[in-house]
Ligand binder design. Sequence first.
Ligand SMILES: CC(=O)SCCNC(=O)CCNC(=O)[C@H](O)C(C)(C)COP(=O)(O)OP(=O)(O)OC[C@H]1O[C@@H](n2cnc3c(N)ncnc32)[C@H](O)[C@@H]1OP(=O)(O)O
Ligand SMILES: O=C([O-])CC(=O)C(=O)O
Length: 371
Amino acid sequence: MSTTKGLEGIVAAESSVSSIINDQLTYVGYKIDDLAEQASFEEVVFLLWNKRLPKKDELAQFEEELASNMDIPQQIIDHFKSYDLSTVHPMAALRTAVSMLGLFDAESDDMDMEANKRKAVRLQAKMATIVTAFARIRQGKEPVSAKKGLSYAANFLYMLNGEEPEDIEVEAINKALVLHADHELNASTFTSRVCVATLSDVYSGVTAAIGALKGPLHGGANERVMTMLLEIGEVDNALPYIKEKLANKEKIMGMGHRVYRTGDPRAKHLKKMSKELTELKGQSKWFEMSVKIEDYIKETKGLPANVDFYSASVYHSLGIDHDLFTPIFAVSRVSGWIAHILEQYENNRLIRPRADYVGPTEQMYVSIENR
Ligand SMILES: CC(=O)SCCNC(=O)CCNC(=O)[C@H](O)C(C)(C)COP(=O)(O)OP(=O)(O)OC[C@H]1O[C@@H](n2cnc3c(N)ncnc32)[C@H](O)[C@@H]1OP(=O)(O)O
Ligand SMILES: O=C([O-])CC(=O)C(=O)O
């Protein structure tokens, strides 16, 4: 048997959720550039789940459904309060909380498609609340409930900070949520599909996906980009720092991609947002430093910046804690995970590849006394 390390280039599913063709990303055939510039996150979630854009009244109804499902069980809040939160990563808390959510959902194991769609709304709605409640509780504050009439992006910031955000902040979060919503068969989405292809439930699929997103080679890279920028400290230190990392054969976080060769089409939108926001907040050094790194890695290694690279300085300029960057990714990507989970259920077959055995053969068993 021949193997392809990391399953590179292997087509493992048919999907009509999103596509990457010639380095262009579309959601259900709509260009990411159009969606990033014009769509609300709620519109994009509707699109991914229904494979069409909503009409005005459908969108209003969907927004209302999301907004009215944002509260989370008090037991999850109490559970958060019971940890030593100084040692808990919010992605671990999110992974556990989503698994717990399944325990409070009477339809958790109902595999009917309509029941799965109802769970989808509840899960998408509650993800933002889980992340923001965790963030507040560890600061010794009480969680803030969602406010009626605010968009999903605005409510995320409202529940995080306890005050209504500025328009530009909402625009930045909405754009980030739109850009992160789906990405074909990335590692976490593949994980969710493998999980539910056993006919396990939606909560299991999403819990598994959160675990996969957490790693630094995937969603966890955005937090590490900020760690790197902080270590660099000043624009003039950027290139010596990067050269030393490369000399030590270390990877530069936020750079490179398994699929994109010429560039990640999402990065330019976040780059623009990063420039605007860092200038507005008097922190343009984070943007300038990022540009230096991006240019150098592109020139010397031919590697493009990925979606995680500029999202770091965008979130930092919004004053968001760095370990919440990956949870924000999850708050968006859960929409894509769910779209893929529903698609998997619709045309399911167990996902079970083979391994090429390279261990010893023909071993003789020796009893424990004689080893
Ligand atoms: C939302 C997302 O998940 S986007 C990806 C987020 N992850 C990151 O930003 C982490 C940094 N990037 C990486 O680790 C990689 O580019 C990945 C994991 C994204 C994709 O990698 P793969 O397709 O598996 O490529 P792989 O890791 O095998 O690297 C191929 C070569 O490019 C180099 N390379 C790839 N990415 C980087 C990087 N960020 N910095 C330096 N070198 C890199 C590798 O060292 C390797 O070089 P070699 O052939 O001389 O050994
Ligand atoms: O597709 C991938 O491998 C990683 C990625 O960019 C994403 O999940 O958004």
